[in-house]
Design a protein around this ligand. Sequence first.
Ligand code: 5AD
Ligand code: SF4
Length: 438
Amino acid sequence: MQKFYKIVTFGCQMNVHESEKLAGVLESMGYRATEDETQADVVVFNTCCVREAAEQKAMGNIGALKPLKKKKKDMIIAVCGCMTQEKKRAEEIYKKFPFVNIILGTHNTYKFKEYLEQVLATKKRVYQVVPEEPCLPVEVESYRTSGYNAWVNIMYGCNNFCTYCIVPYVRGREKSRPMEDIVAECKKLIADGYKEITLLGQNVNSYGNTFNNGKNNFAELLRQIDALDGNFNLKFLTSHPKDLSEEVVKVIAESKHISHMIHLPVQCGSDRILKLMNRNYTVEHYIKTIEMIRKYIPDVNLSTDIIVGFPTETEEDFEMTLDLMKKVQYNTAFCFIYSKRTGTPAEKMDGQVPLATKRERVNRLLALQREIEKNIFNRFLGQTIKVLMTSRKEGKVLGKTDCGINVIIEGVKEFKVDFVTVKIKDIKNTKLIGEIVE
Ligand code: 5AD
Ligand code: SF4
């Protein structure tokens, strides 16, 4: 009889891709995907711990499976990812949810198959939250679910220790995959028909620092992938403002395939707060970097992450963030309320900001960003741009610009996932409307 699995993913693109690897393992064991948990023989929660809200949501979702598990005693429930790498949380899950069969940290996810077989054979619970090992995790075959886009890990972990962030504690130290392995994976993905490749790392600019060869390895990696034959877009996440180099920006400007978009999280517009955050750059350095990027890539699309309400943030500090947003004019800004994370230096800092103040500030930030986005959208009117046709729904063809803006494409004779040239003639909410240009 056919067996089914359901994977519930929380958090960032790294986790989305890791879920594709878990799916790869389950598919190889003969399971098939389902959205319906009552049909599932295996349910996996791939968790995130970057903010409290993500943890609460995962805990709620796991708890909600208790009645189903009572009825379906053979159903296997597994919890893995960043949240289970936190010892306190993993122990809490173990005690609070005795119906969870597998608890797995981040450093041995690749052994999921072994643990699942163990549970199936012995019916005994598996609790495997191990410390980090010095080697790279074993790569397992992905079962890709993100359509025309393929995620590719280039490195794991982070060495930056921003004082608010839990990632370095649950993902360990930076480790880079060999360049030839990454290039070979990209080559295969292009041959398989993927139109977009997104390279993933917590801090892609330090890719290959552990190779100790004195080279700008990230620039070289981009060059090598860009030189591959085929019709594809290349993207990457995430850059750190202290490390993004002129060489990398030049490679993007001169490339054939690299999208003109850079995600450059600034986090805050106040030097005093940036210092407390251990970000290792100043607002002046950040603005100079933006100017340098715009010099080489005038049509660049910039996005950022911002945290409001970091300990001791005053109204003046916050207004500096608003000023910086006005100056830079981001295409997209992901705005977060500071969330206290156990074990990080900021957890113990004096001057925690009340939730009401944080909420009020984030709303002001979002309102400003909406205004900026409206202005940026207006600039697309009348422009002729390259768009990737991605889907057809109710007779309408949808696509995405190079930097991920949704476009409704009119005048398409034959739909297939491919690049087309489109003239933008209207704007509707958050979508551009354009006509195909022959
Ligand atoms: N609270 C709020 N936001 C956080 N981020 C990381 N840690 C925290 C935290 N403790 C945000 C940062 C980072 C993004 C991925 O998540 O802005 O760039
Ligand atoms: Fe967290 Fe900073 Fe590393 Fe990003 S660079 S993952 S914010 S510690």
